[in-house]
Design a protein around this ligand. Structure first.
Ligand code: NAP
Length: 307
């Protein structure tokens, strides 16, 4: 029989790395399985993190890198592999990957979340050719140009504010007449001269030959259809949990978040969930790192029951 770890952590975003730090300090024999070295999660693509206590304005990439360095310094062990399935065999959990099968007494799933797509014609075809899901990554390519942001949440508004500094004009296309984003962000947005709100409107198609040229849109209240000439569109319509990328026996809610409370306990003893992938009120870096710490505490309690 191969090596059996105390703990396997799947994912290396803030939740996974926080769990790795706590696990190292608890002297648990731990392996972190990540897709690749740069799988540090959504934080890596965040331009500015403004609400993490003590680190106001830190760049997301720098923050993710610091989390990683901290785990590395404590001797965390990482494996680059894509998980195919998690099999519960009671006292042993098998993590089957595209590389090899790892075994552990406990597993923390910290696989995070990904961008939701609009699902309209042209989105896939023009991805990387004017269709982007990351304003902070791709915004600089649109200097002096006209772009649209689709969505009405915190990310859409933050993206629009960021893009307004770079672009000539930014349309914010939202399907309702009220933004979901925090009030402070809304105030900052509405102060900008080069931002135009396009309310009650959805994108039906993203069109262009080699590059995005225009959006076909329609107003949901009036039914009126129209076109918007843009050089790019930033899609910020929410996130989806990364709970469906491999097979597992963990119960999920109707939106596919892994059902787990603050302690990270799932329906499977010995399998825990931490970070954006679990059911929770607030998906933030600060709550993700908290989840990682809590999950390791739950793992320690669980391991005691095995002895
Ligand atoms: P979100 O809060 O879920 O907002 C998604 C937005 O996209 C909503 O306005 C929604 O419209 C719209 N939308 C969803 N599906 C759509 C579709 N098919 N077509 C058109 N519009 C669609 O997502 P998010 O902005 O990505 O934020 C994710 C999480 O991160 C949130 O919990 C957010 O608070 C958090 N976050 C916080 C901060 C911060 O505190 N500084 C920064 C970034 C993110 P409706 O409003 O009509 O539903």
């Amino acid at each position: 029989m191969g090596h059996i770890y105390d703990l396997i952590i799947i994912g290396s975003g803030p939740a996974g790395l926080s769990a790795a730090i706590y696990a190292q300090r608890a002297k648990l024999d731990t392996l972190v399985v990540e897709k690749n070295y740069a799988s540090g999660g959504q934080v890596l693509n965040t331009y500015e993190v403004d609400n993490y206590p003590g680190l106001k304005g830190i760049n997301g990439f720098d923050m993710g890198t610091k989390f990683r360095e901290h785990a590395d310094e404590l001797g965390a062990v990482f494996a680059e592999a894509e998980v195919r399935s998690l099999v519960d065999e009671g006292a042993v959990k098998k993590v089957i990957t595209d590389q090899e099968t790892y075994e552990a007494k406990a597993v923390i799933i910290a696989t995070g979340a990904r961008h939701r797509k609009l699902g309209v014609p042209g989105e896939e075809e023009l991805s990387g050719m004017g269709v982007s899901y990351c304003a902070t990554c791709d915004g600089a390519f649109f200097r002096g140009k006209t772009v649209a942001v689709a969505g009405g949440g915190d990310v859409a508004v933050e993206d629009a504010i960021f893009l307004a500094r770079i672009c000539k004009k930014v349309y914010v296309i939202h399907r309702r007449d009220e933004l979901r984003a925090a009030n402070i962000l809304q105030q900052n947005l509405f102060e900008l001269d080069n931002v135009e709100m396009v309310w009650d409107t959805v994108v039906d198609e993203i069109a262009g030959e080699q590059q995005v040229e225009k959006l076909k849109i329609h107003n949901k209240k009036t039914g009126e259809a129209g076109e918007l000439a843009v050089d790019g569109i930033f899609i910020a319509v929410g996130i989806l949990p990364n709970s469906d990328e491999f097979e597992h026996p963990v119960e999920m809610d109707e939106s596919k978040y892994l059902i787990a409370g603050e302690e990270g306990l799932t329906n499977i003893p010995g399998v825990f969930a931490a970070g954006d992938v679990r059911t929770k009120m607030l998906r933030q870096i600060v709550t993700a790192v908290s989840d990682g710490a809590n999950a390791v505490t739950s793992v320690q309690k669980y391991l005691l029951t095995l002895k």
